[in-house]
Write a protein that binds this ligand. Structure first.
Ligand code: NDP
Length: 329
């Protein structure tokens, strides 16, 4: 499959170029808003062409990977869909739910595959956790605790910490991933949320810390903690059921690492899992879907729903109210 990269980004450079090539894909061109940066990026990564014109990038490719700043995802995805290209888009899909719904519906109507690059559900750890829940190992899920408080490295700060118009802030950056992961494990969508943000001094005009509580239709409760300023907290997820608990440490990460432990009345056991590359699996499943086999790991609807939860968390924090999640109908 021939790909165009929309965005000369860090995540494309560090993960996705390798993942696209590992899936057998060829990267024909990269789009950058700055011709010099685009040329440098193309040269550094062995990409034949770079351009500042979206239409020229769309010429002659089958699919695009969008990893620009968040406010650009919607117009770029719509242009790609109009040109008949499959779209693998970074999270958050858009700045509001209506735009995300529109782009996903446009792809569906055009018969194109739309994927959201939620990497965590591709992790061996999360696949094993999901299997354990499905197999009834912990009974009925009562609660989930998500720990995703990290120190944002200096090279990733930029627009994430000072540009609300580009979709900066810890809520669009990390809450979307946690929302997707909880939906993946529980197979249901958060109904209502309450939340508070805190300002630790890294964010300028955007939040750098947030805690929230989500109610699930089953009655389960979720507590989630996301931060850009926690250097030593480590990440994890705990899922507590009527028959047991799953404790997963160091698993809210793009690396295939961590430990998953199951505790039940009969004792404590380690749950083994595969250590494949998360991004390779995401691109492989997207590519197979574009070739008519299967579906992306996270599709457009998944991207709409994770965005809707994040926006509800933002509104709850802003208003101090309990907010029903609006999935856009
Ligand atoms: P970057 O900041 O690296 O890139 C975003 C844009 O910033 C690029 O499109 C580029 O514009 C511009 N840019 C990049 N480097 C420079 C520079 N040195 N000087 C000026 N401008 C620059 O973003 P990320 O890779 O961190 O994130 C991109 C998207 O991917 C976001 O939507 C983010 O949420 C998502 N993401 C997803 C991850 C996942 O695991 N699923 C992980 C990390 C990010 P241009 O293209 O015009 O050159």
């Amino acid at each position: 499959m021939r790909w165009g990269l929309i965005g000369a980004s860090n995540i494309a450079a560090t993960q996705m170029i390798d993942a696209i090539r590992a899936s057998g894909g060829e990267i024909a061109s990269v789009l950058s808003g700055d011709s010099r940066r685009g040329q440098d990026f193309a040269a550094r990564h062995g990409i034949a062409a770079s351009t500042t014109e979206l239409n020229s990038l769309l010429d002659g490719v089958d699919a695009v990977y969008i990893s620009t700043t968040n406010e650009k995802h919607f117009p770029q995805a719509m242009a790609a869909i109009s040109a008949g290209k499959h779209v693998l888009c970074e999270k958050p899909l858009a700045m509001n739910v209506a735009d995300a719904v529109t782009m996903v519906a446009a792809a569906r109507q055009a018969g194109l595959v739309f994927g959201t690059n939620h990497h965590l559900r591709n992790a061996g750890s999360h696949l094993a956790i999901r299997d354990a829940i499905r197999a009834g190992r912990i009974g009925r899920v009562q609660s989930v605790r998500v720990f995703h408080a990290v120190q944002l490295p200096a090279h990733l700060q930029g627009w994430r910490v000072d540009n609300p118009a580009a979709g900066g802030g810890v809520i669009p950056d990390i809450v979307v991933h946690d929302a997707d992961t909880v939906r993946f494990h529980l197979d249901e969508n958060p109904a209502e949320v309450v939340a508070m943000t805190a300002d630790a001094g890294l964010g300028a005009g955007v939040e750098d810390n947030v805690m929230s509580i989500w109610s699930m239709p089953s009655g389960a409760q979720v507590m989630a903690h996301e931060s850009f300023t926690h250097g030593f907290a480590g990440t994890g997820i705990e899922i507590h059921g009527t028959e047991g608990s799953i404790f997963a440490r160091n698993v809210m990460t793009g690396r295939p690492v961590g430990e998953v432990t199951l505790v039940t009345q009969t004792g404590t056991e380690a749950i083994p899992f595969e250590d494949h590359n998360l991004y390779h699996r995401s691109v492989r499943l997207f590519t197979e879907a574009a070739q008519g086999r299967g579906r992306p790991a996270a599709d457009g609807e998944d991207g709409v729903r994770s965005l809707a939860v994040a926006l509800a968390v933002a509104e709850a924090a802003r208003t101090g109210r309990r907010i029903p999640v609006d999935y856009g109908g």
